[in-house]
Design a protein around this ligand. Structure first.
Ligand SMILES: *[C@@H]1O[C@H](CO)[C@@H](O)[C@H](O)[C@H]1NC(C)=O
Ligand SMILES: *[C@@H]1O[C@H](CO)[C@@H](O)[C@H](O)[C@H]1NC(C)=O
Length: 520
């Protein structure tokens, strides 16, 4: 009976090791952002945000002149959103708080009762449904009153944000245990100030963008320090920042240096000051911009320096790393005189680097989203190499389409391929990824793309005043992954990895028993 024994033992070992299972305790979620789903732009005491102003004064900059005035009307439909998350069995729901909804003046002199009630209701109902709230404090919607004072280019913004964050911690910190201070400074600093096609819509390439970069780092750090000092011992939550990062590969074999520079620009600018041992800007980027600024005749670098105190203030302000990942690029050194364009997406002028894509990467419906699932694994491994064995939470990952298809096979494939790579990063590369969140729960207002681009696990009918939500195939697929806690979704032995291990252990014991009987 040796063959029976061998088969039984190897089957049991396989079940225990669970090649395609996510680690016990790994959490799955879905993400949204206030301006993209809430609507109710003028409800109650809410004041104007820079996105309200931007869409109303520049209708031509948004696909089909769309606005977020109503969006998914989640301000009224939040119970439905929670039902969707609950039906999928999500462990957490990531949403953002609208600063002008909570603090209409932008300052903590007055807290809107309706604003507070809205977020209290949302948080309480999530918890009642066994869903953890993961809260982004800032997701692009600065109060217009603060923009009138210079917004993210005024150094005081770090204190304005920190004071707002303190209000948020004191109101919701008893129930919210995972915080993201800022979402994607690369978008509200670099895309915004370099290209001008995001609120506030002012361009100041290579100047305003870098000032915003520095102020964003200080804003994050001050909020982190407030939480650390005033709330952490009481509430014991975790707090960090999320940025969107493209993975960069060398364009040809000789472009390793260019690719690494591009990584240090896109990821390093927002993670090096916080996560590296030394702190401050990535040295290679700091050197390049200082040299360029000097050549331009400036007596200082366009990238504002951190003081020693500021480096210390920012360094180490994390409990995990938040990553938004969608796509990859190649990088190569620009040829002399070659037109570069504005960073990001079009190239990196200060670095004299041209970014491109590999022909084998399939494009989604939107122009910037090329599909390279290996990119997420490489990016995760790069973080470990650069910053050590840190905890990583994937706060966004998703696929865009122009069609309304309910049977969204391409999106299902995107999630499958990316989750496979996340699993390889965990199991093969030993990266400590503890959770994964899709962008996004429901179709929404996708900034400059308006409602033309769909990222949702659920379709939303924007012609229907009720904004009816319909699950797509990807919602069912994601739900089955969450349920089986594994990429082997047909192998629905149990609904959690931990239970699976217990069952396998019981199976082994049974086999050992049978085996003993057979031998006897
Ligand atoms: C809010 O804006 C809508 C248009 O989106 C408008 O119809 C409505 O009258 C406004 N409400 C208030 C209170 O101003
Ligand atoms: C968008 O608004 C502009 C005016 O800013 C108008 O000329 C144009 O026809 C509008 N386009 C659509 C699709 O509504």
């Amino acid at each position: 009976m040796w063959w029976l024994k061998a088969t039984v033992i190897s089957l049991s070992v396989c079940a225990v090791v669970g090649g395609r299972d996510f680690p016990p305790g790994f959490k799955f979620g879905a993400s949204t952002a206030a301006y993209q789903v809430e609507g109710a732009w003028n409800a109650s005491e809410k004041s104007m945000s820079i996105w309200d102003t931007y869409v109303h004064t520049n209708p031509h900059k948004i696909a089909n002149n769309a606005t977020g005035d109503v969006a998914c009307d989640s301000y009224n439909n939040w119970k439905t959103d929670i039902e969707l998350a609950s039906k999928m069995g999500l462990h957490f729901y990531r949403f953002s708080i609208s600063w002008p909804r909570l603090l209409p003046s932008g300052f903590p002199d007055y807290i809107s009762k309706d604003g507070m009630r809205y977020y209290n209701n949302l948080i309480d109902a999530l918890l009642e449904n066994g869903i953890e709230p993961v809260v982004t404090i800032y997701h692009f919607d600065l109060p217009q009153s603060l923009q009138n004072l210079g917004g993210w280019t005024n150094p005081l913004v770090a204190d304005w944000f920190a004071n707002y964050a303190r209000v948020v911690f004191s109101l919701f910190g008893d129930r919210v245990k995972t915080w993201i201070t800022l979402n994607e400074p690369i978008t509200f600093c670099d895309i915004s100030y370099n290209i001008g096609n995001a609120a506030p819509g002012h361009t100041s390439p290579g100047v305003g963008s870098y000032i915003c970069n520095k102020n964003a780092m200080l804003a994050h750090a001050k909020a982190y320090r407030i939480y650390e000092k005033e709330f952490k011992s009481k509430y014991n939550g975790k707090i960090s920042i999320s940025n969107q990062v493209f993975w960069f590969e060398p364009h040809t074999k000789s472009d390793d240096k260019a690719a690494e520079k591009a990584r240090q620009l896109m990821a390093g600018m927002y993670y090096h000051p916080i996560f590296s041992k030394k702190g401050g800007w990535p040295p290679v980027i700091e050197r390049i911009i200082a040299k360029k600024s000097k050549k331009e005749g400036l007596p200082y670098s366009r990238l504002p320096a951190f003081t020693k105190e500021e480096i210390k203030l920012v360094k180490g302000t994390y409990d995990f790393l938040g990553l938004n990942f969608y796509t990859s690029r190649t990088a190569r050194v620009a040829k002399p005189g070659e037109q570069i364009g504005s960073w990001p997406f079009y190239g990196a002028p200060d670095l004299d680097i041209i970014v491109d894509v590999k022909p084998k990467w399939k494009k989604s419906d939107i122009w910037w989203l090329y599909i390279n699932p290996e990119g997420i694994r490489n990016q995760l491994a790069w973080f470990k190499k650069e910053y050590g064995d840190i905890e990583i939470l994937i706060t966004e990952n998703g696929f865009a389409s122009y069609n309304d298809d309910i049977n969204d096979k391409d999106r299902v494939q995107y999630y499958k391929d990316h989750l496979e790579q996340v699993l390889l990063a965990i199991k093969e590369d030993g990266v400590r990824v503890t959770g994964y969140s899709v962008w996004t729960l429901i179709d929404n207002f996708e900034w400059g793309d308006g409602y033309s681009v769909k990222f949702g696990l659920h379709h939303v009918n924007f012609d229907d005043p009720k904004r009816t939500r319909t699950p797509r195939a990807s919602a069912d697929y994601y739900a089955s992954i969450v349920k089986s806690h594994s990429l082997d979704i047909n192998n629905k032995i149990t609904d959690s990895g931990t239970k699976k291990i217990k069952k396998s252990a019981a199976l082994i014991l049974l086999m050992v028993f049978i085996n003993t009987c057979l031998s006897a």
